[in-house]
Design a protein around this ligand. Structure first.
Ligand SMILES: [Zn+2]
Length: 146
């Protein structure tokens, strides 16, 4: 039995029952009206849920279409880039290693920050500041860690 049918059943019981005093009749009437209102609200929510579901389906279709368009664009792009891609991968592979070789250092004379390669320096070797051209040993200054 649906909520609406149950309410109709209650209304039937009230109609068929022995007459009660005014207060009870008003109370039961108010309860039935409240139940009616609840069912009406639920119907309206069902309707908006259906509308919302339809909108979501439309949105989903639209996204599917977008995804297909992107795939098509990507395929076209990859088709053109296949030859270049090997070069790109080599370049990307080289970069982190090259970056790791260099360490930042702060010139103690002019405070210029520059990069040098510790692997090319012995403990007593000096580096030259590119700004003030003075030389100093990297071990004399604190390394400027990021
Ligand atoms: Zn300097």
């Amino acid at each position: 039995m649906s909520a609406r049918e149950k309410i109709a059943y209650i209304k039937g019981l009230l109609d068929a029952g022995t007459p009660r005093d005014d207060f009870e009749m008003a109370l039961y009437g108010a309860i039935v009206e409240a139940l009616d209102a609840v069912v009406d609200d639920m119907d309206r929510q069902d309707e908006s849920l259906v509308a919302l579901t339809e909108e979501l389906m439309d949105l989903s279709d639209y996204c599917d279409g977008l995804g297909e368009d992107l795939d098509a664009i990507e395929e076209g792009w990859l088709g053109e880039q296949v030859l270049d891609q090997e070069d790109v991968l080599v370049a990307e592979g080289d970069e982190p290693e090259g970056v790791d070789l260099y360490r930042p250092i702060l010139c103690p004379y002019c405070s210029t920050m520059f990069y040098y390669r510790p692997d090319l320096c012995d403990e007593n070797d000096t580096v030259q500041c590119p700004n003030c051209r003075r030389t100093f040993a990297p071990s004399e200054v604190e390394l400027e860690e990021e």
